[in-house]
Design a protein around this ligand. Structure first.
Ligand code: 3PG
Length: 213
């Protein structure tokens, strides 16, 4: 898949909802009800980070949830791309980018949302055709003012800021012309997932889905 085609797909994903939940799954048994609860709340696009032993199994479980579109986050290597796709991931997210990772996503036809934190990183991705990027780590990299400043010289790049985004600061990000959606873990707090409080997750998702943009 060309980076241009990948960007068209990630743009469509970002337009589905204001928030992409960033999920760290400890127990694959929670994956399916968690995905169902998030989708029910209005957040269909889900990112499962490849940071736990349960992640790949969780992706496979979530891929079966009707109405959901599950992707893999924290992709670092070509092997991650391969494993994520084998598990059923329909898109990928990475905190930054390397030539090897970009080549693997392209070769595997995986729509990738690659991370950038600076103008130089964003330009390098643009040079490869990626017009939709993750701004990471959003808050630590300067937050709303930094992302706003990138819009003037780089208006052709759209971002999904992720990292330190909260219900409090999400509206400011979402009001920027170069922001399509935000990513965040706050819609699936560890304690609420561990307690199996799926109604609580749906309520958080509905609140996030209703954020103005
Ligand atoms: C992460 O690194 O887990 C994501 O960027 C999400 O960050 P958050 O927990 O600050 O939302």
């Amino acid at each position: 898949m060309t980076p241009h085609a990948a960007s068209e797909m990630t743009e469509a994903l970002c337009r589905r909802a204001a928030v992409i939940p960033v999920l760290v799954i400890e127990d694959a048994r929670t994956a399916r009800p968690l995905a169902e609860a998030l989708v029910a709340g209005g957040l269909p696009v889900l990112e499962v980070t490849l940071r736990t032993p349960a992640a790949l199994e969780a992706i496979a479980e979530m891929a079966q949830v009707e109405g959901g579109i599950v992707g893999a986050g924290t992709l670092l290597t070509p092997a991650d791309v391969e494993a994520a796709q084998a598990a059923g991931a329909r898109f990928g997210v990475s905190p930054g980018s390397t030539p090897a990772l970009l080549d693997a996503a392209r070769a595997g036809d995986l729509p990738l949302l690659p991370g950038a934190a600076t103008a130089t990183e964003a330009m390098a991705l643009l040079e490869r055709g990626y017009t939709v990027q993750k701004f990471f780590p959003a808050e630590a990299a300067g937050g709303v003012p930094a992302l706003k400043a990138l819009a003037s010289p780089l208006p052709q790049i759209r971002f999904c800021p992720t990292g330190g985004v909260t219900p409090a600061n999400a509206p400011a990000y979402l009001s920027l012309p170069n922001t399509l959606c935000v990513g965040g873990s706050w819609v699936a707090p560890k304690e609420i997932v561990a307690a199996g409080d799926w109604a609580g997750i749906t309520a958080l998702a509905a609140e996030a889905a209703g954020l103005p943009r």
